[in-house]
Design a binder for this molecule. Sequence first.
Ligand SMILES: [Zn+2]
Length: 195
Amino acid sequence: MLLTRYLKLKRLQLIAVCCCVMQVATVSEAKSNANSKIRPVAVDSIVLHAVGGPYCKHGRVVYSGAPGDAHRWRIFFEQHKLLGIHYIVDRRGRVLSSISVDRVANHALGWNERSIGIELVNDGDGREQITSLQWSAALELVKQLIVRYPNVTASRVFRHSDIDRRTFGCAGARVKQKQDPGWGFNYAKFIELLG
Ligand SMILES: [Zn+2]
């Protein structure tokens, strides 16, 4: 039982969660405050993610899923050798911070130094909707960050899918790698409410 759980956890660590940016990652940009670097530039953007993301399995596109709460995923990111994140918002609306916002977290290729990363605990498959508690918590968090960082406006709040155009191959087709936070998140409404 324990071994099965362990193997499941290891599998989750190996498969590509949404903000997997291993190509350029360095350990100094990941994990925790202790080994993440101070930002060299001012924050001017926010990137929204979903934990789950697509990958190719036996010639089919499947999604990694995102079981568990914010606490579970904070542990995941803080133990990950490459990835890092500033905030995690789970389905019950709980918000946890991980890497301090004045430090670089490795969550979006090419955008790490200037952006704040927020992970929504969601399958990212377009079928699971963001919960109302999660929506409200994320909206409040982004509003607070916009007040705190004058260079961040509503038009500087991006989906990961907006800023990363990479694809992967699956059964001869090209599939968008970063689809998050996906169709389960009403981005247009979110931006509208940010004013
Ligand atoms: Zn992402």
